[in-house]
Design a protein around this ligand. Structure first.
Ligand SMILES: C[S@@+](CC[C@H](N)C(=O)[O-])C[C@H]1O[C@@H](n2cnc3c(N)ncnc32)[C@H](O)[C@@H]1O
Length: 250
């Protein structure tokens, strides 16, 4: 009797092919509407944008449809590959670059940078947050904006303290166990692919920062904090918010 081996995979390397299924509840049209609302409120008329940690480029595609010239960067090549197929199929002109927040070298400057869906939470220490700000500042024109979001501890405790879900899609199934321990949000994925038959394990870790730590990092950076909002609104954020959008001026 053969025991089926589970392959340990780095975050997103296997999830990439099923990421759009996992995220099918996310309305990227609404997310792009909100990005545009923030840009308008903060008096920017951008022509170029870059989505840092763009994943499979869903937001980049949506922003491109609205007439911006968009690029994307992500640390995971497998996510970018899914994005590249989407871009090719749709005939969009989007440059997708394999870059980490921590190494954004050789990218041109843009009028606006965005980084959404708690991608920044993948940075596990404030030193990396500082470095990310420094690097993003280097790819935004003076006077341009950097819009990003983070998740709060409230969000982790409210929705992901001990959450299990089991899903089946076309050619795969997965079990996801989410839990929160000592400031870290864990998403533990066990994925079964039918063809070829393979079991994969991916453990995702996200550091959940108190908002004052993010604000302190912004103060240390070359960006100026223009505003922080309770997710998808123009209300004041607090630790009770699930998600907070920050708008920084370069
Ligand atoms: C939750 S997904 C969000 C993707 C995309 N922004 C979206 O809204 O669908 C998080 C993304 O962050 C990327 N990521 C994680 N750590 C990163 C890093 N250090 N630099 C750049 N991207 C990173 C992952 O590869 C993944 O694509």
């Amino acid at each position: 009797m053969f025991e089926k081996k589970t392959t340990e995979a780095t975050p997103y390397s296997s999830l990439a092919t099923i990421y759009d299924f996992v995220m099918r509840h996310v309305d990227y049209v609404h997310w792009a509407d909100h990005v545009e609302a923030l840009i308008l409120r903060h008096n920017l008329v951008p022509s170029t944008m870059i989505d840092v940690a763009c994943g499979t480029a869903s937001l980049a595609v949506e922003l491109t449809k609205r007439g911006y010239r968009v690029n994307g960067a992500d640390a995971c090549d497998e996510m970018l590959d899914v994005g590249r197929s989407k871009v090719l199929e749709g005939g969009y002109e989007i440059g997708l670059y394999h870059r980490s927040f921590l190494e954004l070298e050789r990218l041109e400057r843009h009028d606006c940078a965005v980084s959404l869906y708690d991608s920044v939470n993948y940075l596990m220490c404030v030193e990396d947050i500082d470095r990310m700000f420094e690097n993003v500042h280097g790819i935004v024109h003076r006077g341009g904006l950097f819009i990003f979001d983070v998740c709060t501890e409230t969000n982790s405790i409210r929705h992901f303290r001990d959450m299990r879900e089991r899903e089946r899609g076309d050619g795969f199934s997965y079990v996801r166990h989410s839990y929160f321990e000592e400031g870290v949000q864990y998403n533990d994925f066990k994925i079964k692919f039918d063809e070829p038959r393979q079991d994969v394990h991916e453990l995702h870790k996200q550091r959940i920062y108190p908002l004052r730590e993010i604000k302190a990092a912004i103060d240390r950076s070359a960006f100026a904090l223009e505003a922080a909002y309770d997710g998808f609104s123009f209300r004041e954020p607090s630790e009770e918010s699930d998600r907070v959008h920050f708008v920084l001026r370069a």
